[in-house]
Design a protein around this ligand. Structure first.
Ligand code: SF4
Ligand code: SF4
Length: 217
């Protein structure tokens, strides 16, 4: 299978979190969601909307840290086998994007798996299907990169994920600089593992909050 990618355009996103709710439903992940653990979430700050989810790095530090519990699939998704995970805290801290989430009450890690069950059947990822304003697209990596570049040129947007951490299979589009929206500054070369104490806010800061619609939690 060819490499797959997801494009999230924050300039189109309204922050309704339909993607978040659809993902919870798709995986029956209500228990972690009740603890504030999501595979994807749209967060609001004073600059607008930004998304926090696994970027599916081409050179993922988490895979190394996981000691065999994680792998990068042939189509580019970074997958977690929770039954093999023995060191969730260490894996959480290895991610330079700070997207992995753990909770003492939840025995494990929550991360996007790029809807592996759907992708293997040639179906779109659930979050893209649920987005009412088509802010999330998925498909072949090359096609998604071409779409991202077209949209970036047309709307004067920044693409996040082409170079960060050696490139990722999730690309984000936004107005202005990524750091202004809330995305961590991650170098192009493989970044050093992130440590929670010095991590950027990336959705946990006081200025970031999840916009709710009254639907679900
Ligand atoms: S974003 Fe973090 S969790 Fe996802 S593949 Fe990269 S290092 Fe791993
Ligand atoms: S690709 Fe699938 S697992 Fe990942 S955030 Fe979207 S719905 Fe959730």
């Amino acid at each position: 299978m060819r490499k797959q990618a997801i494009l999230i355009d924050a300039s189109d996103c309204t922050g309704c979190n339909s993607c978040t709710y659809k993902c919870i439903q798709e995986f029956g992940a209500h228990e972690p969601a009740a603890l504030g653990l999501f595979r994807t979430v749209a967060l609001i700050n004073d600059k607008g909307v930004f998304h926090r989810q696994c970027m599916h790095c081409k050179e993922p530090q988490c895979v190394i840290a996981s000691a065999g519990a994680m792998e990068r699939s042939e189509y580019g998704a970074v997958l977690l086998d929770a039954t093999k995970l023995t060191n969730p805290k260490e894996v959480e801290e290895s991610c330079p994007f700070g997207v992995l989430r753990q909770d003492e009450k939840y025995n494990g890690l929550i991360k996007c798996n790029m809807c592996a069950h759907r992708v293997s059947e040639g179906r779109p990822v659930a979050c893209s299907e649920a987005c009412p304003v088509s802010a999330i697209q998925c498909g072949d990596y090359e096609t998604i990169v071409a779409i991202a570049k077209q949209k970036a040129a047309r709307g004067k947007l920044t693409i996040y994920g082409l170079k960060e951490n050696g490139g990722t299979n999730v690309l984000m589009l936004m107005k202005g600089k990524p750091a202004e929206s809330g995305y961590p500054q991650v170098p192009a070369s493989r970044a050093k593992p992130r440590r929670s104490a010095s991590a950027p806010a990336a959705g946990r800061g006081k200025s970031a909050k999840r916009k709710t619609t009254g639907k679900g939690r």
